[in-house]
Design a protein around this ligand. Sequence first.
Ligand code: SF4
Length: 611
Amino acid sequence: MSNLHELTLADLKKHFPHPELRDVQAGALSAIAESKTGVVLEVPTGEGKTAIGIAALSATAEKVGGRLFYVTPTKALLEQLDRVYPERFTVVYGRAEYPCLYYHDTGKDVNARESPCYLLKCPHRVSQETGETEEAGVVPCPYLLAKFEARMAMEKSRLVACTVAFYLTNRMLVAGWTQQEEPSCIVVDEIHQLPRIARGIFEYTLSDWHLARSAELISSLDQAQADIIIRFRKSFMGISLKRDPKTKSLFTADEITRLLEIMRELDAEGLEAKIKQAVSDGRIDPQEDRTELKLLEDLTRSIPRFISSLSYSLPTGDREPLNYVYSFYYKKDDPEFADSRRKSRYYMTIRGYYVQPLIKRVMGSNVVAYSGTIGNPDILAHETGLRLPFCSFGSSFPVGNARIFMPNNTPDLAASKRARDDLKDSLKLIAKASKRFDSSGHRSLVVVISDDERQKFIEIAGRQGLEAISYGNGITAKEAARRFVAGEGSVLVGTSANYAEGIDLPKGIAPVIFFLRPGYQRPDDPEVQFEQSRFGKSRCWALWQWRVMIEALQVRGRNIRNAEDLGVCIFVSQGFRHFLYGSLPEWLRPSYRNERPWEQCIREVEELLRK
Ligand code: SF4
């Protein structure tokens, strides 16, 4: 039975971190207190979810003890947690956030993820058992120290905060973490992102260039092993060539078996020992050859995981494949390849799919999970393996401050349904409307699906004299958003992959959002092909619909983050109409308008913004 059943409402209230408890928070605490098996909460944005999680963790710390985690999908949310609640958590970030002192000692700016750490004899290494450094008196490795401190905090029932990826990777794959008992309480923020992140942990990509380079480096240490890598490379390229170029194509079971047989001939442990020996007797210089060494580290450490992931991509007598494998390649004379200045032309990806049992095992039974957008709890349970009671709460924000428009005279922009100029004309309409709003001092966010659409919009906006801020040419999506928030430009434009989540535009920064069309995965996407063969098209449809629904709800919420914010979202394509109203939580439905033509919607927005 879950430990959560030991918590009473009084325990939770006692540990609530603020003097004032809002209605939604009180409802959520009651749901936790009544839960015997963990709980999933749909809590609208701005209602203070984090405080609910802190109450659950702190009450468990006092009453039950054990290991306590708060996990977030992104580093930004983790930083925010640390900022808002300093001292409450022992926070541990991913490797990329810490400098590698081995290289810093020689003046090189290398982080712990870029370092071939496992192949080096490093004096700064911190024992995860004792916390002591490899060499007495030196500065401890910041990453390993943070990890050790998190482990100590865990043992002492203090609250540990980390990203979902850090938690899952360590609990699923890293010695010392995998055998741990399940947490007494784990709070999972933005749970709708959990399946995607978990699948990403079991994704490995190999390329022709990486394999060729690895074989070249290994040949001086062990020619036989280098030959195996060359054979593997030739085989996967040969299989890829049977497919069309620039198309992600699934491998068959026979093809995977062939690759697996070659991969199994590799001796990862023997290779690692030989590389370490070569580093220690000076044949490989870790300073000069850092990039190459990192490549070798990645290869040797990944071989066992490639092998197990490849074998899980095959069906057995009693189960279907759990993973899938696909390739992608460019033809030699493809101008896109030439322009990209890439070194690799062939890619092979092994992707974990059936992660539910793994999630369930490492999360355990004391889960308090929440998100502003759960939509269908059954699909979430199917995707995460966490079949928990579900409670949904309305927002305390005035619903009159939100308006959702679904104009009735725009085209369906699905590739199979739109006419030749529909896409271009729709982007023009958006640019024109943004310009009108901008003339009265109101800026907009435009969310599109493909990069092609993003570039087309920038072009159209430029022609209309509208200053569009976006990323590219060395500017990251985050930087572009930062510049826009600081006041640059009239409209921020980006794909849903960049701007559906993780960017907040409250306080009138962008009171209007345009969302161009639903981002269904392409029918030839390997995940779609895999799901279709696994579950059949009709069952998959509900899953795909759920994903676009969550995305639509996330986009909608970008400009309303507190009770005073006024935010409009205009869904452009008729493709939204089939599911939009049904996906809105009850409390938001009064803000939905779907019977007006485009022009009337725009006029109503202008009126609303004038108020
Ligand atoms: S243990 Fe040493 S080599 Fe590894 S990341 Fe830390 S400082 Fe770098």
